[in-house]
Design a protein around this ligand. Structure first.
Ligand code: GLA
Length: 353
């Protein structure tokens, strides 16, 4: 098999069509083979975890400072990743400022209390914390690494039709429980204040192709767009080899883009629990169909700006853990060889030129 370090470069193949990216971890940037692979193939990176609130928030330092509205953040690892990207001319998607998950409960609680049943902060307090958090992160990143971040995932996963709320908001989110739906525009307003020129603000979510969710997302995005708060929609694209409906994804992509928004595919992987040749050939076909769909959108003039995989090789996929079974969902094997899925994506890229 062809090794990823000598195979044709994906970022070269896509050229100016769109950025091609991957979610990466700190371990990868301390490993010379991973560094070489990432630099060869990707023009965009996302931190898989290290720019999420739970990784940045430092409770001990926050308590020590004793300010109940402004938390203290620790950027040590995030900075290493930003520095790696900057050194190698790779652009960064910052993921993510506001999310119900991977944000510690104490951030929502009165007096930063970490007890599991601690009373939640008042809406005014949480709103002030949200604004302070966004300000601290964006000011730090934009002053220490100017020009490195091109997209901010401002709000992740606020919509969940299964929870039955008006507007399909995710009622189990502590953001929603304290602030109601207002936390979404409030987050975008804060991000607008602190964005640097050239940066775009994104709303990001999964299963965006499910009709009911697509409708709710379109309604939310329209509201945000009418207030000039959002620039782009991030479609996560955690898909599956045996039921990938590229036509449904295309309908959703067109609906979001028709609002005048930039489109990013932010977290693509296609779960496949079989590594044999026949299944991996099917996986390759799924990738080809999906990329052909994106390239069709490009040809039709839609602003598809960036496509990112969620992970680099099959050895680092989150799916093994999440699905509780093996998964071989990406373009490179754990040995950093290219897979048929890589060839399929490369062929799709060539068809654009
Ligand atoms: C969601 C989040 C990502 C990541 C994946 C699973 O899609 O947006 O940050 O946590 O789940 O790895």
């Amino acid at each position: 098999m062809n090794n990823a370090l000598t195979a044709p470069s994906l970022r070269g193949a896509f050229g100016s069509v769109f950025k091609i990216g991957a979610a990466i971890t700190p371990r990868m940037i301390f490993d010379s083979d991973y560094r070489a692979l990432i630099c060869r193939h990707f023009s965009s990176v996302t931190a898989e975890n290290d720019m999420k609130p739970e990784r940045l928030l430092d409770r001990e330092a926050t308590l020590k400072k004793g300010d109940f509205l402004r938390p203290v953040l620790n950027f040590a690892l995030a900075d290493k990743m930003l520095a790696f990207a900057r050194e190698n001319q790779i652009a960064v998607r910052f993921h993510t400022l506001v999310w119900h998950n991977q944000t510690p409960r104490w951030f929502f609680a009165e007096n930063w209390d970490a007890a599991p049943d601690a009373p939640l902060a008042t809406p005014d307090t949480l709103l002030a914390r949200l604004e302070a958090y966004i300000q601290i992160v964006m000011e730090h990143v934009n002053s220490a690494f100017p020009g490195t971040v091109y997209a901010w995932d401002v709000v992740n996963e606020a919509i969940e039709p299964d929870q039955g709320a008006p507007g399909c908001y995710r009622t189990k989110s502590l953001w929603y429980q304290v602030l109601g739906e207002s936390f979404v525009p409030a987050a975008f307003q804060a991000a607008r204040k602190h964005q640097a020129p050239g940066q775009k603000l994104f709303y990001n979510d999964f299963s965006t192709f499910v009709p009911e969710k697509k409708e709710a997302l379109t309604a939310l995005l329209r509201k945000l767009r009418d207030e000039n708060l959002v620039d782009g929609m991030g479609m996560q694209a955690h898909l599956q080899w045996d039921n990938l409906d590229a036509a449904a994804c295309e309908r959703a992509a067109r609906a979001f883009s028709d609002l005048g928004l930039t489109l990013h595919i932010t977290e693509m992987d296609i779960h496949c629990p079989f590594r044999d040749e026949a299944h991996q050939a099917r996986l390759a076909q799924c990738y080809r169909d999906y990329f052909d769909m994106l390239l069709r959108l490009k040809r039709d003039g839609y602003d598809v700006e960036s496509v990112s995989f969620w992970g680099v090789t099959d050895a680092d996929t989150w799916l093994t853990y999440f699905r509780k079974e093996g998964s071989w969902p990406l373009l490179f094997t754990g040995n950093k060889d290219v897979k048929p899925a890589f060839d399929a994506v490369l062929e799709a890229a060539k068809s654009m030129h």
